[in-house]
Design a protein around this ligand. Structure first.
Ligand code: TYM
Length: 332
């Protein structure tokens, strides 16, 4: 089976619907046909300040959301990044072959450092992409399914793999990025030109997987549309409606054409009601399952530990080769 790798940051409270559609739904499909590794990237999370108690809880809750959304921890390797020491170790080696200018060009770094200000911009934030490259390369990954916002990081990963291979001999598989066009970017319901994000300033346009369904319904009913009135999929001129139709179509497994047909001649209110129904009936059972999983944290931790042990086996084999190739004296 082809090796696949992806990861997600632990999020405060809950994942949002963009993570669900852009990542989890896709992963759930892919895990059936691939040897899939999915991580909860807590090492990445601390590149911005975190409350230690909250981080621990959030990591567990994120794992529960993966499982509740359909990631099967016995078919896929679902684990916590910090449980596998090799990630930080390989990242260090990769830092030494990454150009300062190259890392400075990463748009996510530029955005985040602008947002946090120069004083709060750390070396860790700067090195975020090389740690992500380490995640991917440790597992000899062939494909990396991500949303559009991660494309540049995967391209850097490819560059680093090629560079290391040519300098030290063939060591890493050069991974391909896999981006599902239609769902690569779910937009904020209040601002349909910007990506829905956990770190959005206002949460009025962000749908959380674990929030109360009444709250979800209200947010959908208040979603920004346009004054034109027609339920038509037109990303350019009607981004709000196009976003609602995208979410609807993915969750209901229907084409946007069939939704346009169903809602032709009806108002946005009807479309939103229909969408709210589909979203809440998707998330209601997931929320219940998350609660069950969190009621037995010892079992959840045990699952994560078993999976981390498997991940470490694969990762350590690659790291060993890397240490050998760069010329480290190995303990014997
Ligand atoms: P993160 O935690 O920001 O997001 C996790 C995944 O969700 C996708 N995503 C979206 N997709 C569609 N619409 C949206 N509004 C939306 N918001 C987020 C992201 O593209 C991503 O696929 N750096 C990564 C985590 C990471 C990783 C890795 C990924 C660490 N190591 C190795 C792949 C391979 C990140 O911060 O994702």
């Amino acid at each position: 089976k082809t090796r696949l790798y992806s990861g997600m940051q632990p999020s405060a409270e809950s994942l949002q619907i963009g993570n669900y559609i852009g990542a989890l739904l896709n992963w759930k499909e892919l895990q059936q046909t691939h040897d899939a590794f999915f991580s909860i990237v807590d090492l990445h999370a601390i590149t911005v300040p975190q409350d230690p108690t909250a981080l621990r809880e959030n990591t567990r809750r994120t794992a529960a959301q993966y499982i509740a959304a359909g990631i099967d921890p016995s078919a896929s390797t679902l684990y916590v990044q910090s449980h596998v020491a090799a990630h930080a170790q390989l990242a260090w080696v990769l830092n030494t072959i990454t150009g300062y200018g190259e890392a400075s060009r990463m748009t996510q770094f530029k955005d985040k450092s602008a947002r946090h200000g120069a004083d709060a911009t750390t070396v860790g934030l700067f090195a975020y992409p090389t740690l992500m490259a380490a995640d991917i390369l440790l597992y000899q990954t062939s494909i990396v399914p991500v949303g559009e916002d991660q494309r540049q990081h995967v391209e850097l990963t490819r560059d680093l793999a090629v560079r290391f291979n040519s300098r030290f001999g063939d060591t890493f598989t050069v991974p391909e990025v896999a981006i599902q066009k239609e769902t690569a970017k779910i937009y904020d319901l209040q601002n349909p030109l910007s990506k829905m994000s956990k770190s959005a300033e206002s949460h009025a346009g962000v749908i959380w997987m674990l929030e109360d369904s009444a709250v979800t319904r209200k947010k959908i009913m208040r979603a920004v549309t346009d004054t034109d009135g027609g339920v038509v999929f037109d990303r350019e001129n009607k981004p709000g409606v196009a976003n609602l139709l995208t979410i609807y179509s993915v969750l209901a497994e229907r084409s946007t054409q069939s939704l346009e047909d169903e809602y032709a001649g009806r108002g946005y209110g009807d479309l939103k009601k229909g969408l709210a129904e589909v979203v809440t009936s998707t998330f209601d059972p997931i929320r219940a399952r998350v609660q069950e999983l969190l009621d037995d944290p010892a079992e959840l931790d045990r699952l994560l530990a078993v999976n981390a042990a498997h991940a470490a086996e694969v990762a350590d084999a690659t790291l060993d080769t890397v240490f050998e190739r760069v010329g480290f004296l190995r303990p014997r």
